[in-house]
Design a protein around this ligand. Structure first.
Ligand SMILES: NC(=O)c1ccc[n+]([C@@H]2O[C@H](COP(=O)([O-])OP(=O)(O)OC[C@H]3O[C@@H](n4cnc5c(N)ncnc54)[C@H](OP(=O)(O)O)[C@@H]3O)[C@@H](O)[C@H]2O)c1
Length: 338
């Protein structure tokens, strides 16, 4: 099982990525116990199947250490010269407060050391409070570290369009913004995607599978109680469904997605990911992976084996049209974190 050439995206002139990225929030501890002795070998299987691109963060438990261990073993097995086949995109999510060059440098040094790299492929920056414009100081320090070679590319996560514009107006070169984007949460379509398209910025969506709720497992199921949902991800997206239109509308959506999936002989997850991959400005979709606990590699490979047509899209759009307007309810991309 290997992925076709269409699974690759030239993300930057120097980085080709897999359009289905492996998300490592799922190893943070809030999604079941992950055993490193099983997780690291499984990272090889992902990589060798073509899923070569990882999304992680400084605060996703051992995720950065996993990349470090994987790279060490990979270099031992295949030679250090092949390490550039792995792409690892981390985040810096600083606590609110003053941001000095020292604070930024220390944080980046920790990630470099944990991941065992000389330069971070992509540093995605998060900020909690727009009332404090020190995010611009932080980004300037990050841009300096980039100049010095410790970061290859600068990116954001959960920034709204207004602040993305402020940042680009300050001359800071951003390559991507990681945001929630799914058949349920289509906020990026309001203004973010167009802004990104005009400014050569791509989107790295997460939540396309709603933590697994968008799958056969939940078809025709009564609304699960919070206590029945075993991962932080499932709980997070159950709340999103609640805001979007509730469980019965979600069942309608699942029914429509299943009809499309059956027509193409693929899974509900395949349709959910493909729909978002096809949207403007989207570079890749991040799919969470509970390494060593559950894997869907063979199924997720099928994302690259079919195309949606206008009838499919119309069927899905018809359900979306019945939902609440999440921009009005929550705000633009990332506003749920503020
Ligand atoms: N920047 C941010 O604020 C932010 C926030 C959230 C997530 N993220 C990133 O996005 C990643 C994705 O996380 P998410 O929480 O949004 O989860 P998600 O990708 O929507 O869902 C992941 C879950 O979907 C299930 N799944 C995967 N492939 C499947 C398939 N083919 N068929 C059926 N089920 C399938 C698996 O469930 P089982 O394991 O139960 O089988 C998996 O754990 C994270 O790891 C992280 O990297 C970023």
């Amino acid at each position: 099982m290997t992925l076709p050439a269409s699974s690759r995206f030239q993300f930057t002139p120097d980085l080709s990525i897999c359009r289905v990225m492996n998300g490592l929030w799922q190893v943070s501890g809030a999604h079941g116990h992950i055993d490193p002795a099983r997780a690291i070998p499984e990272m090889f299987t992902y990589h060798q199947s073509g899923f070569t691109t990882w999304d992680l963060a400084d605060h996703y438990g051992p995720a950065e250490d996993f990349i470090g261990a994987f790279r060490r073993q990979f270099a031992g097995r295949f030679g250090a010269y092949r390490l550039n086949e792995i792409q690892a995109f981390t985040k810096w999510v600083p606590r609110p407060g003053r941001v000095t060059r020292r604070v930024v440098e220390d944080a980046i040094s920790v990630s470099l050391s944990r991941m065992g790299v000389r330069s971070l492929d992509l540093l995605q920056f998060h900020w909690w409070d727009y009332g404090d414009d020190a995010y611009l100081d932080a980004l300037k320090h990050l841009a300096d570290l980039q100049q010095e070679g410790r970061i290859l590319h600068l990116a954001l996560t959960n920034f709204d369009t207004e602040h993305l514009r402020i940042i680009t107006d300050h001359g800071i070169k951003i390559v991507s913004n990681q945001v929630q984007y799914s058949l349920v949460d289509r906020r990026p379509e309001k203004q973010m995607a167009a802004f990104c398209g005009e400014h050569g910025i791509t989107l790295l969506p997460y939540g396309a599978l709603l933590g697994g709720l968008l799958s056969e497992k939940f078809v025709a199921r009564p609304e699960p109680r919070r206590s029945e949902l075993s991962t932080a991800s499932l709980q997070k997206y159950r709340n999103m469904i609640e805001a979007w239109g509730g469980w019965s509308l979600f069942q309608e959506l699942l029914g429509a997605v299943k009809q499309v999936a059956d027509r193409h002989r693929v899974s509900i997850a395949n349709v959910a990911v493909r729909t978002i991959l096809d949207r403007p400005a989207v570079a890749a979709v991040i799919v969470g992976t509970r390494l060593g606990l559950a894997e869907h590699m063979a199924d997720n490979t099928r994302v690259f084996g079919f195309r949606l047509d206008s009838d499919d899209r119309a069927k899905l759009d018809a359900v979306s049209a019945k939902s609440r307007d999440l921009v009005k309810l929550i705000g633009d991309c990332g506003d749920e974190y503020r």
